[in-house]
Design a protein around this ligand. Structure first.
Ligand code: ZN
Length: 116
């Protein structure tokens, strides 16, 4: 049970989808980037999570996987501003973009799992 996690994610059309994720036993050989938050600073461990597809495909054993922060630090990562790249950089707008993109990537993944 220690390798299982549930992601409950709001979709863009206002639904909420929950998926069971199972962490792969093998960990990425090098420091990996999370597919959800894409934090380039690699602040935490990232692991491969797989989810069984819904419907007939899942009953046949089909799964889909992605690299995600081990303890789902994605939400905190997108809110943690990097150093300003230049004077006048709009940190608040960049943070909002990262938050929007995280929602988009996570919802795309759970919709892919649920809508087979
Ligand atoms: Zn992440």
């Amino acid at each position: 049970m220690g390798r299982r996690a549930y992601a409950i994610v709001p979709t863009l059309d206002g639904e909420t989808i929950g998926v069971l994720l199972v962490q792969a036993e093998a960990t990425p050989r090098s420091r990996a980037q999370c597919s959800w938050c894409r934090d380039t600073r690699l602040p935490n461990e990232v692991v491969f999570y797989g989810a069984k597809l819904a419907g007939p495909a899942g009953r046949r054993g089909s799964t889909v996987g992605t690299l995600i922060c081990r303890d789902f630090q994605c939400s905190a990562n997108v809110r943690n501003d990097p150093p300003l790249p230049y004077a006048g950089y709009d940190a608040a707008a960049a943070r909002q973009d990262r938050k929007d993109e995280l929602v988009l990537r996570a919802s795309s993944f759970v919709e892919r799992v649920a809508r087979q």
